[in-house]
Design a protein around this ligand. Sequence first.
Ligand code: FES
Ligand code: FES
Length: 208
Amino acid sequence: MSQGHDQTSRPEWTRPRAVPEPEAVFRLQVNGSSREVTCRRDTPMLYVLRNDLGLTGSRFGCGLAQCGACMVLLDGHPTPSCDLPVWAAEGHEVTTVEGLSDDPVMRTLQDAFIDRQAAQCGYCMSGILVSACALLHSDDEPPRHAIAEALDRNLCRCGSHGRVLAAVTDAARTMRAHGSGDEPTQDGDRPQHDDRPQGAARPLGSTP
Ligand code: FES
Ligand code: FES
């Protein structure tokens, strides 16, 4: 009887090479714009964003969905883009830190981070800000444990976590003091269609 050969017991260089998948065209929605890229279907969105679309705000840290440096919003939910194959992003709205630059909640957060000097090297900060922005859009009075939980997937190698928590708390307080993170209408009131309680935030990606 033939003993056969277990492929995994053979030295790496003698094993048959997997045939690389052919490239294909993917149609994406990124920061509110339709974009088209040609790549292999398993290409991580992080590579597509940085290398194909020039959006370098999302950072490469671990590449294993463990550090949060590459965090983007997928339909409003914080998602590590290093662990998101391009095929899985099709049909969803991808928002990067660049796409949040005009967001009033993001601007409030940035001011608070500067005031608290929360960044040291800054490498982790775009991922942290993306996660924090999603949190404050859904809850403008998060207790400290909720902030810690929302940022649980964002690591900071410089150890800024204490100041980050304080900055997010400050930003939430500022939002409440100003009514909400949204821009006021001309007469200073919330839009007519908006029946949120004064000061409440709106989840990112939700329809007003
Ligand atoms: S680079 Fe994506 S989670 Fe670390
Ligand atoms: S500020 Fe350096 S990794 Fe966070």
